[in-house]
Structure formats: structure tokens, C-alpha cells
Design a protein around this ligand. Structure first.
Ligand SMILES: Cc1ncc(C[n+]2csc(CCOP(=O)(O)OP(=O)(O)O)c2C)c(N)n1
Length: 335
């Protein structure tokens, strides 16, 4: 096996990354099929972000509470969640709005996850509010001094929101810097608006430089480059208590969402297929292993769909659960 092209990543790590990337792709394609079959209302998700999202989940310090890393993710985060331990069936429960969905009890839409046990804050629908919210958990972590970090992800077009700029200011004040990994997944589109039509700056990462934040642009379609960059920057943040910024160039393989058809896009790099070819060529995996990986996850996706289909949707009575009005003595009309 030619190892140099894979940095110091060993066979076990490369295979683990590959398997999670395939799992994420198979799951997302399953979610699209569920939408097309009329068993769900809306799809938005992460095909094209696997090479970025899988290493991110694998490298984080996973656990609950401020001594562990916090995640403030956007709606293309399935690869990261699978790397943290999300099961296919729990993703499908959310997609099919089942009461068993652990993130929202079947009340939100696809890929809007929330897992307190892994410090995964609720994925928000308003773009980019996650950036200043992330400053809050980073603040607590800084005070605690346990070298845990806060990770925030989001899209390129959304960086036009003032919330994004606010987070750069809050994260970088001299002497009060926050232990944050601030990231943008640049797929060059904001629904149907192209990057060129939206941005005056060459790189989004250049905006972080103005605040003296360590900053770089990476090929987020290459899981090895991503893994190495993330590892270095996470170590830098843990050691210095200061923020780092990564702009990852990624693909958007099924367009924006089901609102734009969720059809496969032909002219973008497919990071899963590309990494698979590299691993086959370097004999890290065999052809049979690759075929079995796809087939096993496909079968798991079908089983998970059947399971979720058999489960109940939320009852009308549960509509106020987990809201300020959940206390039965409270009059919700006052809120
Ligand atoms: C504050 C706000 N404005 C507008 C929208 C509608 N909206 C949803 S996704 C989207 C495009 C976001 O593009 P980008 O940030 O590049 O992320 P991508 O979807 O490409 O990953 C828009 C405008 C929203 N959800 N929130």
C-alpha cells in the first residue's frame, strides 16, 4: 500500500472513514427515496459533504457537558452525526416524522438533529444563527479550562448574515479569544444564487484573517486533506484557547433540497466515489469489500425504513411537549 498519499492515516482509519462516507451517502439517498415515495414532506441534506463531515465527527472529543466538544451544525451534517454514532433508523424517524425520533419527537424536518448526549445543539432553520450561539458554549469551555472546543458549521451564502460577522468579532477579541473551530462548507451555491453573484471577497477564509484568526481554505472533497487539517487545527485550539477558521470546498450533489427537485447533479466531484477509487487503486480495500459495503448499508437502510414506517406519528396532545408551555399549569396563550 502506498501510504504517502494518505499522510499518516493507517488502513484502519482509512477504512473507517470510507465506510462512514458510504453509509452517509446510502442513508441520504434513502431519505430522498422516502421523500419521493410520498412518505415525507421535505428533504435537505448532505450528499457531497461526506469527505468533510466524517473526519470532523471522528476527531472530536465526544461526550456531554462543557468538558467535551460542542457541535453547532447546519442541515448537511449527516456525515458528522453518523461518525458520532447516529443510527440510520433514528435519521429516518426524523425524516418520516415519527414520535420515536429522538431529536424532535417527529416535529421537525430532515437533518435537523439534536443530541444532548453528544453536545449536538439543535440544528436551526434560520441560517447562520448557530455561529453566535456557538460563542456561548465556547465561552463556558474557556472558563472551565478543560481544553474542550466548540465546532460550528454552515454554508457559504449564509455568511452574508450579520450573525456570521458577529461570531468572528466575539471569537477573536484580544485576551478573550474563544476556543472555537469556525467552519464554512463552501459548495458555491445558496439555493440558486452562485458564489460569484454573492461575494466580493475571493475566499470566505480571508474574512477571518482580518480578525487575526488562524485561517485556511481546504479541499473538503478530500477526506485525507480534511482529516489532517482538522487534526492540526483542533490541536491548535486546544493548546492556545484561540479560534481557528476552515473554509472547506465541497460538492452539492442533489441540488439544494427537495424544493429544487433533489435530482443528481452531474458536473460536481463525487467525494465518495473518488475516495473509493483511490483506496481500490492503493489496495487499501478490495473490489469485493467495496461492493459489500454498499450492499450492507443498502440493506440496513431498507430495514430501518420498514422499522420507522411501523411506528406511530406524534399525537396531537404532545404538541406542547418540550416547549415553554409544557407545564400543564401554564396557560400557553400567555407565551
Ligand atoms: C435567515 C435565513 N434566510 C434565508 C433562509 C432561506 N434559505 C434556506 S437555505 C438557503 C441557502 C443557504 O445557502 P448556503 O448558506 O450556501 O448553504 P447551502 O444550503 O448551500 O449548504 C436560504 C437562503 C433561511 N433559512 N434563513
Amino acid at each position: 500500500m502506498a501510504t504517502n498519499q494518505f499522510g499518516d492515516l493507517d488502513k484502519k482509519t482509512l477504512t473507517q472513514i470510507y465506510q462512514l462516507m458510504v453509509k452517509s451517502r446510502v442513508l441520504e439517498e434513502r431519505l430522498i427515496k422516502i421523500y419521493r415515495a410520498g412518505e415525507s414532506y421535505f428533504w435537505i441534506g448532505g450528499p457531497g459533504e461526506e469527505a468533510w463531515g466524517v473526519p470532523l465527527g471522528l476527531l472530536a472529543r465526544k461526550g456531554q457537558g462543557p468538558a467535551f466538544d460542542f457541535f453547532h451544525l447546519h442541515y448537511r451534517c449527516t456525515p458528522t452525526l453518523l461518525s458520532l454514532g447516529l443510527t440510520m433508523v433514528d435519521s429516518i424517524r426524523l425524516m418520516m416524522n415519527r414520535a420515536t425520533d429522538p431529536s424532535t419527537g417527529g416535529r421537525n424536518f430532515s437533518n435537523h438533529y439534536c443530541f444532548p448526549q453528544w453536545n449536538v445543539a439543535p440544528v436551526t432553520s434560520p441560517l447562520e444563527v448557530q455561529y453566535p450561539i456557538a460563542c456561548g458554549t465556547a465561552h463556558v469551555q474557556k472558563r472551565l479550562g478543560k481544553k474542550s472546543i466548540t465546532i460550528v458549521t454552515g454554508g457559504d451564502a449564509g455568511t452574508a448574515e450579520g450573525d456570521f460577522a458577529s461570531s468572528l468579532i466575539l471569537a477573536s477579541r484580544k485576551g478573550q479569544e474563544l476556543p472555537m473551530l469556525i467552519t464554512v462548507q463552501n459548495n458555491k451555491w445558496g439555493i440558486s444564487t452562485s458564489y460569484e453573484g454573492q461575494h466580493g471577497e475571493t475566499n470566505i477564509a480571508d474574512r477571518a484573517k482580518a480578525f487575526n484568526i488562524k485561517s485556511r481554505v481546504i479541499n473538503g472533497n478530500d477526506p485525507v486533506e480534511t482529516y489532517i487539517a482538522l487534526k492540526e487545527d483542533m490541536e491548535y485550539i486546544r493548546n492556545t484557547g484561540k479560534p481557528a477558521f476552515i473554509e472547506a470546498h465541497v460538492s452539492r450533489l442533489y441540488g439544494h433540497s427537495s424544493a429544487s427537485g433533489a435530482n443528481p447533479v452531474q458536473n460536481e466531484i463525487d467525494p465518495v466515489k473518488e475516495f473509493e477509487q483511490r483506496l481500490l487503486k492503493a489496495k487499501v480495500i478490495t473490489d469485493d469489500e467495496a461492493k459489500k459495503t454498499w450492499a450492507d448499508f443498502e440493506a440496513e437502510g431498507i430495514r430501518a425504513t420498514e422499522q420507522a414506517r411501523s411506528e406511530a406519528v406524534p399525537t396531537a396532545e404532545s404538541v406542547w411537549d418540550h416547549t415553554y408551555a409544557q407545564n400543564e399549569n401554564a396557560d400557553w396563550r400567555k407565551f
